[in-house]
Design a protein around this ligand. Structure first.
Ligand code: NAD
Length: 369
């Protein structure tokens, strides 16, 4: 197979470059063994970019991001940049990429591999076979709403953020949820706080209307966010696709992370709308975890979330489902053989480094190809 796809790689900070190196090992393997050609560009983002350019992402990098068929990002942030002004902080680079590319749909699968049943803090019978997709709205809501800031009212200082959603913003994320459920187990749970938030009641009304507009082949139910957090740890198997806003999605997907045992196992994809002129659908793939400054540079980070993010990239941006399946299989086999980075270490397993895990996945790919 041969094709030329533009891939922009943004390693970022902390463990970002370490885990990206292991994904690049897979990219190289694919180029050599599957004859799939990627045009790879690598650039700075986050604190690494701030140190060189004084901002968390440059205009030139944003241009490259707009031309790319897909972006693979490591992680950004770290204590070194804690005192940088908010607009130039590492996280601002990530927010700009998401916002300017209008990556409104954030896909966060939470899958429990049989080999890692013991890594979950929940009982094996609660999480066995778990496969949930959390769909988080990513470009609106309280992280972007105006007004925001700190202001003085009658001599008292207030910290202020605004939770706001337009009807089209809710409709388009619900449409993605219904499409995704159709390819899975046909069930969508829409999550908000309709009981205490006006924006929550509005979300529920629009979600119901979007369901009735041609999506009734999929089951829709509604749940309050606090109950959803509880249900995720009580009986996660009840969920198929969970769709929710930016803030609740941020929290609930981290909660779902613990079902799988480690943040180091969780991939994600952020996808936008098709450009009518070029036909391109902007998409960025990244592990859910951050830059883990506590273990950065120690060759201890789990690269599997990034490798599985690359698998999502193959599946959703490059339409290479067969190769993605093979990569997922290689990861499952490596885990089945008892290889573990320290974050998922269990009794009797064999501890490997970041690099060791990447090499083991490539060795399994060699056997599968
Ligand atoms: P974190 O995800 O970086 O780390 C939380 C804990 O999980 C740490 O103990 C860390 O060692 C561990 N961990 C995370 N990824 C791991 C991996 N791949 N393998 C093994 N262990 C792993 O979250 P944090 O500590 O709250 O944040 C650290 C920095 O990362 C902050 O600057 C934060 O703003 C940033 N951050 C960035 C992103 C992103 O780039 N998408 C996401 C979250 C946090």
């Amino acid at each position: 197979m041969s094709s030329n796809k533009n891939l922009l790689v943004l390693p970022g900070d902390g463990i970002g470059p370490e885990v990206i190196n292991e994904a690049k090992r897979i990219v190289d393997w694919m180029a050599e063994k599957r004859h799939f050609k990627f045009n790879i560009e690598e650039d700075l983002v986050g604190g690494a970019c701030y140190d060189v350019h004084g901002s968390a992402v440059t205009d030139a990098t944003m241009e490259k991001a707009k031309q790319a068929d897909a972006i693979l990002l490591g992680a950004v942030g770290g204590p070194k940049w804690d005192n940088v002004e908010r607009a130039a902080r590492p996280e601002a680079g990530l927010l700009r990429l998401r916002k300017d590319l209008d990556l409104f749909a954030n896909l966060r699968p939470a899958i429990v591999f049989d080999a890692l049943l013991d890594a979950s803090t929940l009982k094996p019978e609660v999480v066995k076979g778990l496969d949930i997709m959390i769909l988080r709205e990513l470009t609106a809501g309280v992280y972007f709403g105006e007004p925001r800031g700190v202001e003085v009212r009658d001599g008292v200082r207030y910290g202020l953020d605004t939770q706001i959603y337009s009807e089209p913003e809710i409709v388009r994320i619900m449409d993605v949820a219904f499409d995704m459920a159709r390819k899975r187990n046909g069930k969508v749970t829409s999550v908000e706080k309709a009981n205490v938030m006006e924006s929550g009641a509005f979300w529920r009304e629009v979600a119901t209307k979007t369901h009735q507009d041609g999506n009734t082949d999929v089951e829709l139910n509604h749940m309050y966010a606090d109950n959803c957090a509880m249900q995720l740890v009580r009986w996660p198997g009840q969920f198929d696709v969970i769709v929710t806003d930016n803030l609740f999605g941020d929290i609930l997907s981290d909660c779902a992370a613990m079902l799988t045992g480690s943040l180091g196992m969780l991939p994600s994809a952020s996808i936008g709308s098709r450009d009518e002129q070029t036909g391109r659908i902007p998409a960025m793939y990244e592990p859910v975890h951050g830059s883990a400054p506590d273990i950065a540079g120690e060759n201890k980070a789990n690269p599997l979330a990034t490798i599985l993010s690359f698998s999502m990239l193959l599946r959703y941006s490059f339409d290479l489902g067969e190769d993605a399946d093979m990569l997922d299989q290689a990861v499952e086999t490596v885990l089945g053989k008892g290889l573990r980075t320290p974050d998922i270490m269990t009794d009797g397993a064999q501890e490997v480094s970041t690099q060791g895990m990447g090499e083991a996945v490539v060795a399994e790919l060699d056997k599968l190809a």
